[in-house]
Design a binder for this molecule. Sequence first.
Ligand code: PMP
Length: 366
Amino acid sequence: MVKVKEWVKNLVTYKPGKPIEYVAKEIGIEAEEIVKLASNENSMGASPAAVAAIRNNIDSIYKYPDGSSYDLINKLAGKYLISSEQIVVGNGSDEIINLIYSAFCEKGDKAIMAFPSFAEYLLIGMAHRSNVVKVPLVDFKIDLAGIKEAIDGNTRIVFLNSPNNPTGTIIEQKELEAFMKAVPDDILVVLDEAYYEYATGKPGFPESVEFIKRFDNLLILRTFSKAYGLAGLRIGYGMGSSEIIDAINKVRQPFNVNRVAQIAAGAALEDTKFISETRTMNETGMNYLKSELKDIGVEYVESYANFLLIDLKTDADSVSDKLLKRGVIVRSMSGYGLKEFVRVTVGNESENRKFVAALKSVMNEV
Ligand code: PMP
């Protein structure tokens, strides 16, 4: 047997939502009958412009990708009116989180995150032997005062997530401003906006790109996995000062983002019609879910994203197992210390109806 490093043995493996095909086999129904509302994917599918661009370029996959993602970075720079040196593209924003630890956090250094928030800040940090400190949410919101208090001389990174997964709550413009002013400028603040496209324009939600023009220690993360519908391609990006981006580029593999993903993301970025339809579908679905949940008498946290955190007031694992048997996959939050909560993605009309019907029947049973 090969010898695994002692500390690696203690790491926890990230558990992604179960694939539909796997669940279909497990419960013995057709994959088409299953509704997956567990990974915050876009139920409209992928941006059609991205799919067309892939079809038109598929013959070029024998070539290596452009290691500098030149075209895509230039498009992003044009969209956000920043320099191309302020942008890095990764194999999903997950990869960029990994690169952040590689570039900025030595073994034993402290990284601070809210809890519950996106699990990868913790899991990737542990794989880098960082000391990841969790600051509990207050009223389901990120506790910026608590995070500030947790900062000490060993702190290198703070991870903020807005809208926060799994609560859907945001850090407002004024709160972000005060926080950035208060945090020492040698600490990297990562603002993960994976659900930006759903929240932008809503009251209080900051246009954070303005902040990177003022704060050299801020790095924004965004992704093509959510509203753009390209989760399977693995592509996300970071925006910050050229010093931060330069450091990340030094630890990045040269061909980290595949050719097809770069082409598709470039086309998706220009597909504003798709994003606007996605936002409309999400708004309609969110309103429908909220009104049905009110009818059932189930509480939820007000969300700026494409998911809802639901308080079942009963064991979430057991409810999600029962939903699964009815062909609906949601995410139990028991592993996040929220034993009576599930997170459900806002789907399309028929998915939402199926979820509501299944939830009603399960809640009648418990
Ligand atoms: N950040 C947050 C808050 C997320 O919810 C996710 C996806 N679950 C990611 C980052 C990772 O996104 P990507 O697919 O770009 O790696």
